[in-house]
Design a protein around this ligand. Sequence first.
Ligand code: URA
Length: 311
Amino acid sequence: MRPRLAFARRRFYGRDMPLPSPDTLDPAQLASIMRWYLDMGVDCIVGDAPRDRFADCAAEQIKTPPARAEATARALPVRGDAEAPRAPLVAAAQNVPPPTPAALATDAATRTAAELAANAHDLDALRTAMDAFEGCALKRTASRLAFEDGARGARVMLVGEAPGADEDKQGKPFVGRAGQLLDRMLAAIGLDRSHVYIANVVPWRPPGNRAPTPQETAICLPFIHRQIALCDPDILVCLGASAMQTLLGVREGITRARGSWRDFHVEGVDGTRKTIRALATLHPAYLLRTPIAKRGAWADLRALKKAMEGP
Ligand code: URA
């Protein structure tokens, strides 16, 4: 249980009341506690014992990047200084703190994902490889892989952030409320799921619908790159800021960056570098919360339709 949740639970019962144990509660009380957990956003169990993840994060936040950057800057020869003595540089390099175990684990998992992805020569092989992959912790809390929906080889590929609860149950991207709005958006320009291919950057549901961490995203990135290469669409549509930032490297916010055509670069299945036209638009889940933003999404859909009708 997260510490903040334990704190909320303590406040719920009062400071002096003993916390009830499941053995002393009747079914109605247990049901009411379960409802309370759900209201607090706890909708899956990830372990038997509480774990202070804030403390874990604090321990991991050894200031590796700034220290490394500084040491690297000191270790780089100054321009025109090629003959400068090397000894102080070696000393500076020795001061670089070693990468944390968590950073090493992320690197190793990302390398394994890249190898598996590169060896998958069709979408079925990629799915099988991802199903067998144990490098992303989200797999342990998700019910299943939500790999794809729509038509393989479609001219348009849509990519979202990560599955939610409905997607996790069905093992398909965009089948919940956001997905239903996506269907209506596609229908507005005469398309349905037989005309598009759909996936997510992260294919396993993060617990409680939280956003995937940068490490989880980095580990899954080789898989979505390969999935795009194997689908080989003419047009890639990033649904929401997260997919846009991850795939297109755009740092601006989605409300400013949406609607502009960009290039997405990927290594094709034949090993050559491919460029795919890409468009970022607002995430349907955001549109559900902010209907006024639909005007922008409609403009993007029209731009998509026009691009599909073009050469
Ligand atoms: N949001 C996403 O980004 N992807 C889904 O599959 C569902 C909701």
